[in-house]
Design a protein around this ligand. Structure first.
Ligand code: MEV
Length: 422
């Protein structure tokens, strides 16, 4: 039988039947097929309603970061991530921040930007004025699309427009500014942008093409600040070493990329745990980091008058509490309950604090003993498991590899053989 990936009506099949088809295609064993079907707390039917062509779910560990004191309130923070050491690092940094009052956060609000691209206008500057003169009309049309959001105090707030030069000529980019309140806002904003498009065409005489939210949520910035005392960090040399590490990131984009990756370890883990859109947050974060035209670290580190280290993080964080997977995924709902947040802004601010904590932990480790020692134990356990160790053999194989400083699959297998032999 020829194997083809062209399976007509695959989307219409029940998940169990899809699993059967994939099993056949990929020669999966019975065990592999049944593992696919066991989606745990998500439930196969719920997963099937969330995306298309579902055959299973891929569980990611959910850890709890402890010690977070944010604006005087204690939080336990759920983090969904496959990488060892991240949760421990966040918890450690949060502990260090406690003696100096923990994290202080703030926000610019929950306004998202919906972009409407208008092409084919001979006199775009004049057309822009015509468009802006009818701002009230456009906002009214936009707000008619979402009476619920408006009743909650949100809705389209402003209209702005720019003329941009492009390889295909000049265009008007109209932007709807929409207060999305507790929603991430993609649905509300996209609906509004589509609904006002005919009005925009009428007013400008141009043709509307794209109508879509921007993930560069510069009107939804979160800010977090914390002081880390010299004592908590381990001395004045550590403070200086962290400042040197930060200077490296501020002056070199290869380092800035990894610096920001460390921040995103914390950010994305909480975004995922709460069922929010990790890609939207990542896209916004990295674009924000490059907003000056040069990719920069998202955090800033300084020494205050007392010689303590002060960290700040400002980044767009468009997360929601209503709609999307946050509402449908049972574990995401529990994560939100553990956090005890009352608004999407509170959630965004917490995530910002976690990003800052994560960055501090990484910089401190890198600028002192290096990150490998902390990583090694968990990594060694993972390698031991991959080599086939089970039960108490996992720890015994891992401990031996760490002791020898040789954490490798071939060595894990050898040690496993030896231990099994004895
Ligand atoms: C690893 O996941 C993250 C770090 O590389 C971040 C950093 O280098 O700042 C440790």
């Amino acid at each position: 039988m020829t194997r083809t990936s062209e399976i007509s009506g695959f989307y219409k099949l029940p998940p169990e039947e899809r699993v059967r088809r994939v099993k056949e295609f990929a020669n999966l064993t019975d065990d592999e097929a049944s593992l696919l079907g066991s989606t745990g707390s998500l439930g196969l039917q719920t997963a099937d309603r969330m995306i298309e062509n579902v055959i299973g779910a891929i569980p990611v560990p959910l850890g709890i970061a402890t010690n977070f004191l944010i604006n005087g309130k204690d939080y336990l923070i759920p983090m969904a991530i496959e990488e060892p050491s991240v949760v421990a690092a966040a918890s450690n940094a949060a502990k260090m921040a406690r003696s100096t009052g923990g994290f202080k956060t703030s926000t610019t609000g929950s306004v998202m930007i919906g972009q409407i691209q208008v092409v084919g206008i001979a006199d775009p500057n004049a057309a822009r004025f015509d468009l802006l003169s009818q701002k009230d009309l456009i906002l009214k049309k936009a707000n008619e699309q979402d009476p619920m959001l408006v009743s909650l105090g949100g809705g389209a707030r402003d209209l702005r427009a720019r003329v941009i030069d492009t390889p295909r000529g000049r265009m008007i980019i109209a932007e709807l500014l929409v207060d999305c309140k507790d929603a991430m806002g993609a649905n509300a904003v996209n609906t509004m942008a589509e609904a006002v498009a005919p009005l925009v065409e009428g007013l400008t005489g141009g043709r509307v093409l794209l109508r879509i939210i921007s993930n560069l949520a510069t009107e939804r910035l979160m800010r977090a600040k914390a002081i880390f005392s010299t004592d908590a960090l381990g001395g004045a040399e550590v403070v200086d070493a962290i400042l040197d590490a930060y200077a490296f990131a501020a002056s070199d984009i290869y380092r800035a990329s990894t610096h920001n990756k460390g921040i995103m370890n914390g950010v994305t883990a909480v975004v995922l745990a709460t069922g929010n859109d990790t890609r939207a947050i990542e896209a916004g974060a990295h674009t924000y980091a490059a907003r000056s035209g040069r990719y920069q670290p998202l955090t800033c580190w300084e020494k205050n008058g007392d010689g303590n280290l002060v960290g700040t993080l400002e980044m767009p964080l468009a997360v929601g509490l209503v709609g999307g997977a946050t509402a449908t995924h049972p574990i995401a709902r529990i994560s939100v309950k553990i956090l005890g947040v009352k608004s999407a802004l509170e959630l965004g601010e917490i995530i910002c604090a976690v990003g800052l904590a994560q960055n501090l932990a990484a910089l401190r480790a890198l600028a002192t003993e290096g990150i490998q020692r902390g990583h090694m134990n968990l990594h060694a356990r993972n390698v031991a498991i991959a080599a086939g160790a089970e039960g108490d053999l996992i720890d015994r194989v891992a401990a031996k590899m760490v002791e020898e400083r040789r954490v490798r699959m071939d060595r894990a297998k050898e040690i496993l053989q030896q231990l099994k032999g004895t």
